[in-house]
Design a protein around this ligand. Structure first.
Ligand code: DC
Length: 222
């Protein structure tokens, strides 16, 4: 069994890094944030407030989520292209406070981690979903640097961007994700802290690969 669990605040590059680690070590990549984002998308689409627990619970009775081959399915629809907006980021952070929402994402995440070798990333993977993972990493980067990276991505994609607004949203989501009552973002005692503020993507992948090999003896397949 090789399960690599990665937690950290939004915008640290967890997804990009986890995908690269998955490809290098032959692990299935699981993005648990996408599960929260897809439930938030359904709430927004159907006019359900992400903070109305009764309405969200009723909505979830008729909702199926699945994560297969790196793709997020909501009621059978591949929603990967629809869940990365600012609106859905905030709605996902809001809806993720609800116990019924966390239970649904936990059930799917735990099932996936029990049946295959994975690299799974989110906010509570090292603490709640796979506390006994073979490798546990906590990735951080300063909010200023995360905001700058996001700003650069948007500008590069030809979109408009406002640095101050992005910075404010990052801080708000950091606060919400780490101060909620249920399974907040926190560093597990036995997770390796990796501050990526001044590291390139390749340096982060190398650092995590070194940790994996040191902890498990497993060497990258490519
Ligand atoms: O990783 P992300 O930015 O795609 O996550 C979106 C939101 O989902 C995040 O702000 C909080 C929530 N989330 C969570 O509560 N637990 C996880 N394991 C993953 C995400």
């Amino acid at each position: 069994m090789l399960r690599v669990a990665i937690d950290g605040p939004g915008g640290t590059g967890k997804s990009t890094i986890a995908k690269a680690i998955g490809a290098k070590f032959g692990l299935e990549y699981i993005d648990t944030g996408a599960m929260y984002r897809s439930m938030a998308l359904k709430a927004v689409r159907t006019g359900v407030s992400p903070s109305d627990e009764t309405a969200v619970a009723a909505m979830l009775e008729e909702t199926s989520i699945d994560f297969r081959d790196g793709r997020m399915y909501l009621d059978g629809e591949d929603v990967g292209g629809l869940i990365r907006t600012n609106e859905i980021s905030m709605a996902a952070s809001d809806i993720s406070k609800l116990p019924c929402v966390r239970a649904k994402a936990d059930e799917l995440s735990k099932h996936l981690a029990a049946t295959r070798n994975v690299v799974m990333e989110g906010r509570d993977i090292t603490t709640v979903v796979i506390p006994d993972a073979e490798v546990k990493i906590f990735m951080t980067a300063s909010p200023e640097i995360r905001a700058q990276r996001r700003y650069d991505q948007l500008i590069e994609a030809g979109k408009s961007a406002d640095y101050d607004q992005i910075f404010e949203e990052i801080q708000k989501r950091d606060y919400q994700d780490s101060h909620r009552a249920l399974n907040p973002l926190r560093q597990a005692e036995d997770a390796e802290l990796l501050d990526t503020s001044y590291l390139t993507r390749e340096e982060v992948v190398d650092a995590i690969s070194t940790i994996i090999t040191a902890k498990t003896g497993v060497i990258a397949a490519r």
